[in-house]
Design a protein around this ligand. Structure first.
Ligand code: SAM
Length: 261
C-alpha cells in the first residue's frame, strides 16, 4: 500500500511524515545501509569532505533534518581528524524526537558526548524557533536526505537563509534525477520493488519505505532545485565551491550548494 501523498492535504502531510520516521527510527540506520547497499555512507563522506569543515578555523554548523546524526558526526570527525579542530559545533535539528533520540544514543559512544560540540533540537525546518536559531548565526547549514520530506521547500530555504551568516554556505544532499536512461530504468526497478520489499523484511514496514521511494520521484530535478535556491537569495554562481550542483552516481543523489551574499 502507498500513502498516496499527492492526495493528502499539506498539514496532514507533516504528521504523516512524522509517523513514517517514528516507525522507522530504530531500524533507520540498518535500512539505510541495506537499501543503498552502504552507498549512502560514501555520499555522506564526500558531501562533508567537500565542505571542508574546520579548514578555515572552527565553524558554527546547523544540520537540519539531522535524524540520527550521520552528518553531524562526519562534520565533527572531519574537523578533528583533518584540522585538529575541537571547537567546531553542530546543532542538529529534526522534527522527530525519536530520530534525535537514536542520534543522542549514538553520540554517547563518542568523544563529543557532553561537550558543547553537539546539541539535539526538536524543530521544524520550515520554522526554526528564532530564540534558539538566531538570524545570521551559522557558517554552514547542511540538510541531507531531508528537504524532500518537507511540505514547503521555499520555507526551508528561507529559514536556511535567515540563520546563515553573510558568506555562510547552504549545502543539501538529496536523491535527485538520474540522467542516463539505462541507469534510470535499472534504478526505477530497484527502488520500486527491492526497497519496499527490504522494508517489509528488515523493518516490517513496507508503506514507510514505499513513501520514501515516492517522495524521491516528486522532488524537483537539479536545475529546478538550483533555481529555488537562487530564488531564496543564495548565490549558486562563482562564489560557490564546486558549482551549483554536483551529481553523485549519475544523479541518484546530488549535492546542491548556495552562498548567502
Ligand atoms: N540527515 C539524516 C541522514 O542523512 O541520515 C536523516 C535523513 S532522514 C531520511 C529524513 C529526516 O528528516 C528524518 O529524521 C525526519 O524526521 C526529518 N524531517 C522530515 N520533515 C522535517 C521537517 N519539516 N523539519 C525537520 N526535520 C524533518
Amino acid at each position: 500500500a502507498s500513502f498516496g501523498f499527492q492526495t493528502v492535504k499539506e498539514d496532514e502531510k507533516e504528521s504523516l511524515v512524522k509517523n513514517v520516521f517514528d516507525s522507522v527510527a530504530s531500524s533507520y540506520d540498518l535500512m539505510n545501509d541495506a537499501s543503498s547497499l552502504g552507498v549512502h555512507r560514501l555520499w555522506k563522506d564526500s558531501f562533508v569532505s567537500g565542505l571542508k569543515p574546520g579548514k578555515h578555523g572552527p565553524m558554527r554548523c546547523i544540520d537540519v533534518a539531522g535524524g540520527t546524526g550521520d552528518i553531524a558526526l562526519r562534520i565533527l570527525d572531519y574537523a578533528r581528524e583533518k584540522h585538529y579542530d575541537r571547537e567546531t559545533t553542530v546543532d542538529v535539528a529534526d522534527i522527530n524526537a525519536q530520530m534525535l533520540k537514536e542520534g543522542e544514543r549514538r553520540f554517547k559512544q563518542t568523544m563529543y558526548h557532553n561537550t558543547p560540540q553537539v546539541s539535539f533540537n526538536v524543530a521544524n525546518a520550515q520554522s526554526l524557533p528564532k530564540e534558539r536559531f538566531a538570524d545570521n548565526s551559522y557558517d554552514l547549514y547542511t540538510i541531507a536526505f531531508g528537504i524532500r520530506n518537507c511540505t514547503s521547500i521555499p520555507s526551508v530555504l528561507e529559514e536556511a537563509y535567515r540563520v546563515l551568516k553573510p558568506g555562510g554556505t547552504f549545502a543539501c544532499l538529496e536523491f535527485s534525477r538520474v540522467n542516463n536512461p539505462l541507469l534510470a530504468t535499472i534504478y526505477d526497478q530497484y527502488s520500486f520493488s527491492v526497497i519496499p520489499l527490504m522494508g517489509t523484511i528488515l523493518a516490517g514496514d513496507r508503506a514507510s519505505y514505499q513513501y520514501l521511494v515516492e517522495s524521491i520521484r516528486r522532488f524537483p530535478p537539479q536545475p529546478e532545485f538550483a533555481q529555488m535556491i537562487r530564488d531564496a537569495g543564495f548565490s549558486t554562481g562563482p562564489d560557490v565551491d564546486g558549482g551549483a550542483w554536483s551529481d553523485q552516481w549519475g544523479g541518484i543523489a546530488c549535492v546542491h550548494k548556495g552562498v548567502k551574499l
